[in-house]
Design a protein around this ligand. Sequence first.
Ligand code: SF4
Ligand code: SF4
Length: 334
Amino acid sequence: MTNFIARTVGFKPGERNVFLHILTACNLSCRHCYINPEQHGTAALSRETMENWLRLFAAPDRQSNLIFLGGEPTLHPDLAAGIKTARQLGYQSVTVDSNGFLFHDLLDHITPADAVISFSLDGPTAEINDPIRGQGVFAACTANIRKAVRLGFDVSLIYTVSRINIGQLHRMPALLNELGVRRFFIQVIGIRGKSAGFTRDNLQLTPQQWLSVIPAVAKQAAASGIHVIFPKVFLAEGEEFACAGRVAENYFIFPNGRVYQCPLCEDFPVHAFNITENRLVKNSGLSEDRFFSLDIAEGCVMNKLLQPGNIGYDEQGKPLYRISCCLLKQEMGG
Ligand code: SF4
Ligand code: SF4
């Protein structure tokens, strides 16, 4: 039997990831939603602005990956046009992150060559998923996954693990195989938006919970032929720490023109850039990039600042775990 070992996916020099939130509205109200209207507004980009911003971040000579996000991006009537524009501008990959409702008949207006569709589901059944994501969501999402697979789209699935659903994660590989989904992202519950409240409710995972469940389920999924990606979260002894803000090129763009380099900073007005008159303008003052260069024993400086209670220390005051960059991933399987 093949021995499945998790490979760390290092930050690739020259690679760019453009996370474009085209609106913040959503038809759902998930318990762990990270959208923060106070910080990012309630606006939707006009078609013209969307196309201008796609042009602004395009770099066809480099590997540029574009991810359309919301809110629920398929609520935007011009998403299909935006996808076509992105393709013409030379983005190497285009992904739509959807809650599964696929409004405006998206699949009828694009082709499988245009975009990957990434669905979010937080449980293997309606009984587990719907209390987290909303009544009827499991049925709607799985019906559209089946449709996308039938039409030949490249489909992936994101499962956000919290204390509520960690016990059901092991049932996901069977569901994915039944649905015909070959790519599985296991996501750790964030510390942004409503998830910050989860921290207060103590519903986030401990290192022990994460390490005792996630690698084993990833192995199980990989053994059944699924390509699994999951965050590194904790660095082992001797593993090198790297902050994506320093060594990678990621843009998290919101409809109010804020552009962050670190997703953990998104609840605060510390964005490194602003889009002003279709130009990317560097912010002065106390912006997130000032923190990226701080070297601390705990690893990620934003984790230390935002949830210090999650880091344990030994008797000498040395952190028991170093927290990796939240953008560092591991992968398993083909
Ligand atoms: S589907 Fe996404 S944007 Fe909508 S409420 Fe859920 S987490 Fe938030
Ligand atoms: S999560 Fe931490 S390590 Fe990663 S970009 Fe943000 S501050 Fe840097």
